[in-house]
Structure formats: structure tokens, C-alpha cells
Design a protein around this ligand. Structure first.
Ligand code: ATP
Ligand code: MG
Length: 456
């Protein structure tokens, strides 16, 4: 079989080179050339090549696009209501985060009512079976294959015609006609295109695992985003046993929803109310720690924000933000200096969203600011208080969305007061359940909950 030749194309300006060069001579951008296959017949999807024609929109039967439920309703929510048959889904995440575990749990559940083929290209069949036993999965109807040659996989799938195909992982399979090694950009893209074609032509719902590094930049997921229908991102800290699943792209649903799982010996278990995960175990209030209510899709989560402010031994003080938007933290520090009168020029500052969670919501601003002030002043904020509000550059506290949902979650978790922006429309019944402190300016919130608070 003749080898496929390749070309290198600049992703910025389209310049084509026969070999790799680090800097594009046309637009001068670095590392922008990506290897592409030169093929007379494009491997991109072409359906109904023979007799294609227009259809009337009203005649299209969408009931054929039925949703298939997974083993977990939270996962279905993230997908927009379940798997759409014939869709191509990428489950990306850092190595060891639990992609194979989730895929095996999904595969085993689906195999009870559908024909499911699980192709492992990274592990032996024994390893998959061992994991299945640990997860207490029956695996009775699940078809397993250990193979990484894409052509072999496709020919076996075309013979078996399963309803679901799991590929673990896209970086570990290779197209034998390409010279580049498995996992390279050209291999990953070519393999994904072939799988897309297989999925659409045979109506096989296909799930692929894909690795990313900390920056999400390694060959694979970023290149694949345009090809697949849905990109699920599995995140979490390896040192914590909870995982968050979110859709970063979804052609069949919104991308706001998240599902929180706990990684246990017997597999991933959903946590429908995850707030307690993101609050420290320490029940006593301490200076530098406050609580915020953040919204992720239809979930409201109470999370703790901690700040540590201390003298610096550097000329330029250090600023560290974990799980929060670094630039936003810098902006809040600048607002506290200019609008409240603090001077942090000789202070290092560390701000942390507890529990390994990440959120860039502006509604966390007030809690970040209060944690910083509380630590700097060494005062404990009034107990059982939640802070919600975006802090504007003039020091005003701006309104945020879903304020009632945030208050409800605070009530549910036993908080006694909540500081919110002034002018919010709160129902009478909710007002009777918690003390609501409306604040126009950041200084009002400080006076209401820190000035009268006990100093240590
Ligand atoms: N006995 C166990 N009890 C609890 N958790 C376990 C156990 N064994 C493995 N795990 C968890 O499973 C994780 C590995 O899961 P899995 O192999 O599904 O990840 P992955 O994302 O597919 O990894 P890779 O990138 O290597 O393919 C481990 O990091 C660990 O958190
Ligand atoms: Mg794996």
C-alpha cells in the first residue's frame, strides 16, 4: 500500500511547507506549522456522496435522534439529556484522572441494553478486566478488544456493528499508512476523522478518551475539538478524590452544566450536593477565610476562599491565586488599595479556592476581598456569613445572576447571614430564613461584618 505523503501547514496564515520549520516565513509565527496528510481522497466525512439532494426542514424526523441514558443522571445532564446516537464524544483529561474508569462504567451500563465495543489501546484485556472486577461490573455483554491499529479496529467494528464504540485512547491508536508516530498531531487528527466517518455512516455513538497536559496543549484534544460533537473535560486534583466533569463544547446541549464525582475504590460515584467538599474541615472561623456561593450550570456550590497576607522579602511582592482568576485577584487588590486605603506594596499575598475547585466567576470578588482584608487586619469575620457580589473598579458591589439560588444554598447549609449587592429582588419567604445584609460599596461590607467582628 503506498504511503501517504504529508505537508506542513501554518495554522495562522495557511503557508505550506514540505517539511517542518519552527517559524512560518510568511507570517513569522512560531510553532504554527502542523503536519497534514496529502490525499487525493479527503478522509473528511462525506455522507450520501451518490444521490444527495435538499430536504424540507419540516420533513426531518428528529425522533430518530433519540437520547440514550448513561449510568448516571448527572452525566446525562452534562451531555444535554443523554447520548445522542451516532455522535462523537471526546472525554479529555490529565493522565490518571479517571477517564478509563468512567468509560468502563458507562460501557458496562450501556451493554445491558445495547451492543457495546470497548477498544483498549493502552492496556491489556486483563488490566481492563481487573478494573471491571474492582468496580463490581458484570461485563457480561461487553465486547472487549485490545488493539491500536485503526484499520484493524474499523474492519472489526464494521463486522460487529455495535451501537456504542469506546476508544481508550485516541493518542494510543495509529493509522498504519502514516509515517508519524502514534499520538502526533497528524495521527490523532487522521484517526479522529476516520472514526467520525465510521460513527456517522454506521450510526455508532463513539466515545474517545484523550490525554491533555496541565496546559491542555498536547497533541490531541485541542486539535480534535473541531472534529467531535462534544468535548467533555474531566478535571480535579489528583490529591483530592473528587472529579468535576464539564462539557467545553456540545452540539446537542449547553456547556454550563457540571457533574461532581467522587473517585472511590468501586468507581466514580456522583455527589449531587457538592458544597461540603469545598469547605474546610475546620469549623472554627479564622482570619483570612470567608465563604462564597458560586453557580455552575444548575448547581450552586458554597466554597471557601482563603487568603494569606504577610510581609515580603522581595522587592516585588508575590501574588499567588489558586483556582481563581489571577488578574481578577490583582484587580481586587488594586481596588482595596485605591478605594479602601490599604497598602499592600510590602505584602506577599496567597489566595486559594479551597478543595481544588476552579472558578472564574465575578460573584466571588466580594469573598476574595473580604478574605484579604480579614487576614490583613487579623480579624475573624462574623461567623456563618456568605459573601456574594462582583466588585467594580470604583469599589461598588455589583449585582450577580441567580442570587436567590445562592441564598437558598446558604440557608440549606446552615449559614445565618449573607452579604449581597444592594437592590436585589429577594422573595419575602427567603428573607425570613436568613439575615440579608445589602451593601452598596465594599467598605459597607467591611464595616458590617469585619469592623464589629471579634479581633484576636
Ligand atoms: N483501588 C482504588 N481505590 C480508589 N481509587 C483508585 C483505585 N485504583 C485506582 N484508583 C483511581 O483511579 C485513577 C486511575 O483511573 P483511570 O485509569 O481510569 O485514569 P485514566 O484517566 O484513564 O488514566 P490514564 O491517563 O493513565 O489512562 C487513579 O488515579 C486513582 O485516583
Ligand atoms: Mg486510561
Amino acid at each position: 500500500m503506498p504511503k501517504i505523503s504529508s505537508k506542513w501547514t501554518c495554522q495562522e496564515c495557511g503557508y505550506i511547507s514540505p517539511s517542518y520549520i519552527g517559524k512560518c516565513p510568511e507570517c513569522n509565527s512560531w510553532n504554527s506549522l502542523i503536519e497534514e496528510i496529502v490525499s487525493k481522497k479527503s478522509s473528511y466525512l462525506r455522507t450520501n456522496e451518490k444521490d444527495n439532494s435538499f430536504s424540507l426542514c419540516s420533513d426531518i424526523n428528529i425522533s430518530e435522534m433519540n437520547r440514550i441514558k448513561s449510568f448516571d443522571s448527572e452525566l446525562d445532564n452534562v451531555l444535554g439529556g443523554g447520548f445522542v446516537s451516532g455522535s462523537l464524544i471526546l472525554l479529555s483529561g490529565e493522565p490518571g484522572i479517571g477517564k478509563s474508569t468512567l468509560l468502563l462504567q458507562v460501557a458496562d451500563h450501556l451493554s445491558k441494553n445495547h451492543k457495546v465495543a470497548y477498544v483498549t489501546a493502552e492496556e491489556s484485556l486483563h488490566q481492563v478486566k481487573l478494573r471491571g472486577d474492582r468496580l463490581n461490573l458484570s461485563g457480561k455483554n461487553l465486547l472487549l478488544l485490545s488493539e491500536n491499529n485503526l484499520e484493524q479496529i474499523i474492519s472489526l467494528i464494521e463486522k460487529e456493528k455495535p451501537g456504542f464504540l469506546i476508544i481508550d485512547s485516541i493518542q494510543a491508536i495509529y493509522h498504519p499508512e502514516l509515517e508519524s508516530t502514534g499520538g502526533s498531531v497528524s495521527q490523532v487528527r487522521e484517526c479522529a476523522n476516520k472514526l467520525l466517518r465510521l460513527a456517522k455512516e454506521n450510526n455508532i455513538t463513539t466515545l474517545m478518551a484523550g490525554h491533555v497536559n496541565k496546559e491542555g496543549m498536547i497533541a490531541g484534544p485541542k486539535v480534535l475539538e473541531h472534529i467531535v460533537d462534544t468535548v467533555l473535560y474531566f478535571e480535579g486534583e489528583k490529591f483530592h478524590n473528587f472529579r468535576i466533569l464539564r462539557a467545553t463544547k456540545n452540539r446537542f446541549g449547553c456547556t454550563d452544566e457540571i457533574a461532581v464525582f467522587e473517585m472511590k475504590e468501586h468507581g466514580l460515584k456522583t455527589i449531587p450536593n457538592p458544597s461540603f467538599l469545598f469547605m474546610s474541615q475546620n469549623k472554627d472561623s479564622v482570619p483570612g477565610s470567608t465563604y462564597a456561593a458560586l453557580v455552575e450550570g444548575s448547581k450552586t456550590i458554597i466554597a471557601e476562599i482563603q487568603a494569606l497576607v504577610g510581609g515580603t522579602s522581595y522587592t516585588t511582592p508575590r501574588r499567588v491565586a489558586n483556582g481563581l482568576d489571577y488578574n481578577r485577584v490583582l484587580q481586587i487588590i488594586a481596588i482595596l488599595e485605591r478605594r479602601v486605603g490599604f497598602n499592600f506594596s510590602k505584602h506577599d499575598m496567597f489566595v486559594n479556592l479551597v478543595g481544588g475547585l476552579s472558578s472564574y466567576e465575578p460573584a466571588l470578588d466580594l469573598s476574595i476581598a473580604m478574605s484579604i482584608v480579614s487576614c490583613k487586619q487579623d480579624v475573624i469575620p462574623v461567623k456563618k456569613t456568605i459573601y456574594v457580589g462582583e466588585v467594580g473598579l470604583t469599589g461598588e458591589i455589583r449585582q450577580v445572576n441567580q442570587i436567590e439560588n445562592r441564598i437558598k444554598e446558604a440557608v440549606k447549609l446552615g449559614f445565618e447571614r449573607i452579604v449581597i449587592p444592594s437592590g436585589c429582588d429577594i422573595s419575602k419567604s427567603l428573607q425570613s430564613k436568613i439575615e440579608i445584609i445589602e451593601s452598596k460599596k465594599i467598605l459597607d461590607a467591611i464595616r458590617a461584618t469585619l469592623a464589629q467582628a471579634q479581633s484576636i
